[in-house]
Write a new protein. Structure first.
Length: 214
């Protein structure tokens, strides 16, 4: 216990850093994922192509490589931001590709007749998607979205290698101070467990309340 009690502030700072990364990157991933899913099912070919390229490139790019591209590449174009924002961009964009495919699979579960009926009533594509299709699709994609965001929380550990304060990075100063590396990682694992179980509990609540009855 002395590893935790003697360094509680250090663990707390890393824990809060990981929570902030997870929350902000999740919000960005959900927003971009929704946008790209809309493009993937849009009747406009150029929008479908944009969504397809976004998903294909990001899903097949290693997250570490994406971090390097964002942290080292964007400043070359004059975009200089705090490392934490760069980490949020990398994590959010990467995860948005998976959120997009989850949402698209949910949209495909909605019978096409409902969309056709909405269009026959004069509703636009945007109205059909937001008022008819997405509310039904949302009920079926709650569990996979939760799993994707849990993966995001664990992927945030990569940010520590890019000078971002997060939970995994606490092992470096503790190791230098001579603390047991085993117990150092045990408490790091406990921190990640708290975060992931919280996300799981939240989406379990949403599934029970809004999910499709089975």
């Amino acid at each position: 216990m002395n590893v935790l009690t003697d360094n509680f502030s250090l663990y707390g700072k890393g824990f809060l850093g990981t929570v902030e990364l997870t929350v902000y990157a999740s919000l960005l991933a959900l927003a971009l994922g929704f946008l790209m899913a809309s493009c993937r099912v849009a009747p406009v070919r150029s929008l479908r192509a944009l969504g397809t390229v976004w998903v294909t490139v990001l899903r097949n790019t290693p997250l570490t490589l994406l971090f390097f591209a964002v942290v080292l590449g964007l400043p070359r174009f004059g975009l200089v931001l705090p490392f934490q924002l760069f980490a949020v961009l990398a994590l959010g964009c990467y995860t948005s590709a998976f959120i997009c495919e989850v949402l698209r699979s949910g949209i495909n579960t909605v019978p096409t007749g409902q969309g056709e009926a909405a269009r026959s009533l004069g509703m636009s594509f945007g109205q059909t998607l937001s008022d008819i299709v997405l509310p039904q699709a949302f009920r079926t994609v709650i569990p996979p979205i939760g799993s994707t965001l849990i993966a995001l929380a664990k992927n945030s550990a990569i940010a520590g290698a890019f000078s971002v304060t997060e939970l995994l990075g606490t092992y470096k100063p503790l190791s230098e101070m001579g603390y047991s590396i085993i117990w150092t990682f045990v408490w790091i694992a406990v921190g990640y467990l708290i975060i992931t179980l919280t996300i799981a509990a939240l989406f379990s609540f949403l599934e029970k309340r809004y999910g499709v009855a089975r």
